[in-house]
Design a binder for this molecule. Structure first.
Ligand code: GLU
Length: 511
C-alpha cells in the first residue's frame, strides 16, 4: 500500500446462511478501520458458488448490518464507482475470464480436463496410509489430463471439441511464500504443500480464489480483514497477486482470530446446545425450516452487540470495556487486535447489554422496546409515558424482553397480589393508614413523587407508624409483588385515579 491510496476495505460474505457473530465482528473491524482512516467500506456479495446460494441470505445480511448500525458506503444496494457488487454480476460482465486466460498464457495456470471419475481414480491410485486423501498437486499433475501433461495440439483439440475444463493454478513446487499480516506479523508457507486450486470452473464461473483477487484489485481494496479460517488460502491469493497485478498493489491482510465457544470454535450448534444466540438476527434456513436464534430477537441492543464484538479480540490497553461506536471509531487500532482465539462468554455478553440498556439514549431504548410492549398488548400510544416507564425500570433489565415483566404493571393491573407477603404483619393501624391515604390522595392537587412521599410519611406519623411499615404493603398493592423501582415514582406514573383504585382493590385482600 502506498501512502497516497485512499483506504478501502471490504466485507465479502457468501450468501449461504445466517450471519455468525464472527462475521459481524469482521464487518465491525472493517467499518471501524474505514471510519478511522477516512476510507470506504465496501460490501461485496461473493456468490460464485451457485450450488451454495441460499435465497433470502443476501437480504438477511443487509438487514443485519442495518440493525447493527454498520452500513457500508458501497454495496449492491448502494452502488458506487466500482460495481457491480455481486460476483455473479461481475462474472456476467466478463471480469474474470481474461485473468484466467492471462495466467494460462503466462504459464502460471493450466487447463485441466479431468472428469470426476478420473479425479476419483487419482485419489485411489495415490492414496497411502500417510496420505489418505491425495490432492491435485505437483506430485500428481503430470499424471492427469491437463495442458501441462498433454501436448499443445492435444490440448487444442480438446478445447476445440468443447470438452469441459477447469483452470487450475500451477503452485510452485519449491517456493516459500511470505507476507506480513497486520495481526500475525510475518507468515510463511511452503507453496509445494498446497494443491493446484481451481480458479475457473467448468461453467466459466471463477472460484472464490480467483474472484477475490481480481475483485480486490478492481475495487482498489487496500486492507483485507477476514477470518483466520482463510489463512491457509492466503498463499494462493498472494501468488495470484504476484502473477496478475504485482505485490505492491496487494492489500494488507489481516486474519482475525477465531471466536471460541465453550468447546473449540464457536458454532451454530453451540448456540442451540447452550441456549445463546450465535447469529446477529433470527435466521430460518429455507431448506430445512430450521430456526437459529439471533442476538436481536434475544433482546440485545445493537449498541451492546457492537461493543461486545469489538471486545472479542481487541482492547484499548486500559480496563475500559464500554465503548460506543463513536468511541470505538476513535480508539480502534488493528495493532491491538490479539492473534489468539477470543472466547465468547454469554454471561459477559449479557452484562454488556445490561450496561447499554442503562446508558443508551432513551429514544433508542424506546424504539427497541415499544414494539415488544405493543406485541404484548400494552398500550404504548403515550410515548412520553412509555419513556418515563422505561427510565424507571431500565436498571432492572438485562435483555429487552425483561421489560415486559419489569414494566408490565404500568400497563395493566397486576393479575396477582402477593397478599402472603403482607398479611403476617398486617394490623388495624395499617388499615386506617391506607384508608386515610386514599382520602388524602383523592384530594391531592399536585401528583408528584416527592409530594406523595411527604404526604405518605405525614399520615404514617399521625398513625404512629414508621414509613417502613407501610411501604411494602403499598408496593404490593401497586405492583403485585416485592419488586420494582421507587414506589412513589410508580404512583406518579400510574396517576391519581389508578393508584387509588389499586389501593382500594388490594386492601380487602390483606384483612
Ligand atoms: N466469501 C468469503 C467468506 O464467505 C470471504 C473471504 C474474504 O474475505 O476474503 O467468508
Amino acid at each position: 500500500m502506498t501512502a497516497t491510496r485512499k483506504v478501502r476495505v471490504r466485507f465479502a460474505p457468501s450468501p449461504t446462511g445466517g450471519l455468525h457473530l464472527g462475521g459481524v465482528r469482521t464487518v465491525l473491524y472493517n467499518y471501524l478501520f474505514a471510519r478511522r482512516h477516512g476510507g470506504d467500506f465496501v460490501l461485496r456479495i461473493e456468490d460464485t458458488d451457485q450450488s451454495r446460494y441460499v435465497p433470502g441470505a443476501e437480504e438477511y445480511i443487509f438487514s443485519c448490518l442495518a440493525w447493527a448500525g454498520l452500513e457500508p458506503d458501497e454495496s449492491p444496494l448502494k452502488p458506487g464507482a466500482y460495481g457491480p457488487y455481486r460476483q455473479s454480476e461481475r462474472k456476467a460482465a466478463g471480469l474474470y475470464q481474461q485473468y484466467a486466460d492471462q495466467l494460462v498464457r503466462d504459464g502460471y495456470a493450466y487447463y485441466a480436463f479431468d472428469t470426476p471419475e478420473e479425479l476419483e481414480k487419482m485419489r485411489e491410485q495415490f492414496r497411502t496410509e500417510d496420505n489418505p486423501s491425495p490432492q491435485y498437486d505437483h506430485n500428481v499433475r503430470m499424471e492427469m489430463r491437463n495442458s501441462l501433461s498433454l501436448s499443445l495440439e492435444e490440448t487444442n483439440v480438446l478445447l476445440e471439441k468443447g470438452i469441459p475444463y477447469v483452470v487450475r493454478i500451477r503452485m510452485p513446487e519449491k517456493e516459500t511464500i511470505t507476507f506480513t499480516d497486520m495481526i500475525r506479523g510475518e507468515v510463511s508457507f511452503d507453496a509445494g504443500l498446497s494443491d493446484d486450486k481451481v480458479l475457473l470452473k467448468a461453467d466459466g464461473m471463477p472460484t472464490y480464489h480467483l474472484a477475490v483477487v481480481v475483485d480486490d484489485h478492481l475495487m482498489e481494496i487496500t486492507h483485507a480483514f477476514r477470518g483466520e479460517e482463510w489463512l491457509p488460502s492466503a498463499p494462493v491469493h498472494v501468488l495470484l497477486w504476484k502473477y496478475l497485478f504485482g505485490l505492491d498493489k496487494m492489500p494488507q491482510w489481516a486474519h482475525l482470530p477465531l471466536i471460541l465457544g465453550p468447546q473449540g470454535k464457536l458454532s451454530k450448534r453451540d448456540g442451540a446446545k447452550y441456549g445463546f444466540p450465535v447469529f446477529a438476527m433470527n435466521w430460518t434456513d429455507p431448506r430445512s425450516n430450521e430456526l437459529t436464534e439471533g442476538f436481536r430477537e434475544k433482546g440485545f441492543l445493537p449498541e451492546a452487540f457492537t461493543n461486545l464484538l469489538a471486545m472479542l479480540g481487541w482492547n484499548d490497553g486500559t480496563e475500559q470495556e464500554l465503548f460506543s461506536l463513536e468511541e470505538l471509531t476513535e480508539k480502534f487500532s488493528i495493532d491491538r487486535v490479539h492473534n489468539g482465539g477470543a472466547r465468547f462468554d454469554y454471561e459477559k455478553a449479557k452484562w454488556f447489554n445490561h450496561e447499554w440498556i442503562k446508558r443508551v439514549d432513551i429514544n433508542k431504548l424506546q424504539e427497541a422496546v415499544s414494539p415488544l410492549l405493543a406485541e404484548h398488548g400494552f398500550d404504548v400510544s403515550d410515548q412520553h409515558r412509555v419513556a418515563k416507564v422505561l427510565g424507571l425500570v431500565r436498571d432492572r433489565c438485562t435483555l429487552l424482553p425483561d421489560f415486559i415483566e419489569q414494566a408490565g404493571f404500568f400497563f395493566q393491573r397486576p393479575a396477582n397480589i402477593d397478599a402472603a407477603a403482607v398479611k403476617p404483619k398486617w394490623s388495624e393501624a395499617k388499615n386506617l393508614f391506607f384508608t386515610e391515604l386514599i382520602r388524602n390522595f383523592e384530594l391531592a392537587t399536585l401528583w408528584k413523587a416527592e409530594e406523595l412521599e411527604n404526604n405518605f410519611k405525614e399520615i404514617a406519623a399521625a398513625n404512629q407508624l414508621k414509613p417502613g411499615d407501610v411501604l411494602l404493603p403499598f408496593r404490593v398493592m401497586l405492583v403485585g409483588g416485592k419488586f420494582g423501582p421507587q414506589v412513589f415514582d410508580i404512583a406518579e406514573v400510574l396517576g391519581k385515579e389508578e393508584t387509588v383504585r389499586r389501593i382500594q382493590q388490594a386492601l380487602p385482600l390483606f384483612n
